[in-house]
Design a protein around this ligand. Structure first.
Ligand code: DX5
Ligand code: ZN
Length: 216
């Protein structure tokens, strides 16, 4: 499976979202990672469906929407309708995981599941026959610009093994603290989809995007 870079717009200038996403695209990016926070599952608040809908009109990037919200089942259909290409939700945040997966799939949108650093990687196993992506968080979700948690590397390795054992084409994404100088660590561990926020949007966006793409 081809490695993919998913620049996280969390670290972009929110007054220039469309413009700045276009810079990553012109530099070669094909995905945009969109972080949705509810002030409950995580302490911060970010963006909701209306912003995704507006960005959809402004961009043809693949929208990789990362829901950090409680009871995501309440909102997944709206995020699909807003123009998401992939909707990923936290297993810790939802009781009806199968029902949530069904709602996303029924919309014809790809579905991802994700776990926080302290959640046992085994939690993903029951859903591997039905999902398109697994996201292993490599920081505590909630904020951009944190440091990569080294203990997460073995979780990436464990998830890689589980995914390979299924024989299915499931993406393995990592998110949090990924920089140019440690991206090789997560790639070596088996990740194929790399989220980077502050390392892309904090500085020369085009140059950062190109530098990451060269390393994938
Ligand atoms: C954090 C978000 C991340 C964030 C990553 O909860 O899920 O996507 O944007 O930011 P960096 O790459 O700066 O750690
Ligand atoms: Zn994210």
């Amino acid at each position: 499976m081809k490695n993919i870079l998913a620049p996280s717009i969390l670290s972009a200038d929110f007054a220039k979202l469309g413009e700045q996403m276009k810079i990553t695209q012109d530099a070669g990016a094909t995905w945009a990672h969109i972080d949705v926070m509810d002030g409950m599952f995580v302490p911060s608040l970010t963006i909701g469906m209306p912003v995704v809908k507006s960005l959809r009109k402004a961009s043809d990037l693949f929208f990789d929407v990362h829901l950090m919200i409680n009871e995501p089942k309440r909102y997944v259909e709206e995020f699909c309708d807003a123009g998401s290409d992939m909707v990923t939700f936290h297993l810790e945040a939802e009781e009806d995981i199968d029902g949530t997966i069904d709602l996303i799939k029924n919309k014809g949108v790809q579905v991802g599941i994700t776990i926080k650093p302290k959640t046992d990687t085994e939690a993903i196993r029951p859903y591997l026959d039905r999902v398109d992506m697994v996201l292993i968080m490599t920081v505590e979700p909630g904020f951009g610009g944190q440091s990569y948690i080294d203990a997460c590397t073995e979780k990436i390795v464990a998830a890689r093994k589980m995914i390979d054992a299924t024989g299915r084409d499931i993406r393995l994404e990592v998110d949090g603290g990924i920089k140019l100088d440690n991206v090789h660590v997560v790639l070596d561990a088996g990740a194929d989809t790399i989220v980077a926020g502050s390392a892309i949007y904090g500085g020369d966006i085009a140059a950062n995007t190109r530098a990451f793409l060269e390393r994938l």
